[in-house]
Design a protein around this ligand. Structure first.
Ligand code: HEC
Length: 125
């Protein structure tokens, strides 16, 4: 009798351990942990860019979706190489000839720190 309950206690521990492990690994997989800079950049994006750009997909809203922006070889519309300078240039100057709507310039709207945070965030997409 005693031997049996000891055995089932042991299995209970194994079960709890396995369940905890799988919960933790699935949590870690879902969660992209953002650095403080990227987290601040996410806010800049929500306030200035999300109106026209998706962050979680490549499909266009007004402008092209930003998912995987820095993982691609070229920028989605201009087909320029994906470099921090080219992305920063687009954000600072916008594109008055953008279709279906022009992209506004952000040079005077974002501080240097906000711009850097925004780039850090875009790199995580
Ligand atoms: C009023 C809508 C609008 C807003 C707001 C806007 N964009 Fe755009 N964006 C566009 C359009 C339209 C295009 C496609 C035309 C072009 O290349 O300029 C575009 C293109 C881009 C591109 C691709 C450029 C290329 O060379 O292919 C990037 C990167 C980008 N936007 C980033 C941003 C970021 C970051 C913000 C926020 C600071 C932002 N945009 C805000 C409309 C917008």
């Amino acid at each position: 009798m005693q031997g049996r309950s000891l055995k089932s206690t042991k299995w209970m521990f194994v079960l709890v351990f396995v369940l905890t492990l799988s919960a933790v690994t699935s949590w870690a997989k879902d969660k992209t942990v953002l650095t403080p800079a990227a987290k601040a950049g996410e806010k800049v994006f929500q306030q200035n860019c999300a109106l026209c750009h998706n962050a979680t997909s490549t499909s266009a809203k007004v402008g092209p979706g930003m998912k995987g922006l820095f993982k691609a070889k070229e920028l989605p519309t201009s087909h320029k190489p994906v470099t921090v300078d080219n992305v920063r240039d687009q954000i600072e100057k916008g594109n008055a000839a953008g279709k279906p709507l022009p992209m506004p310039p952000f040079a005077s709207k974002l501080s240097k720190a906000q711009m850097n945070d925004l780039i850090e965030y875009l790199k995580t997409l």
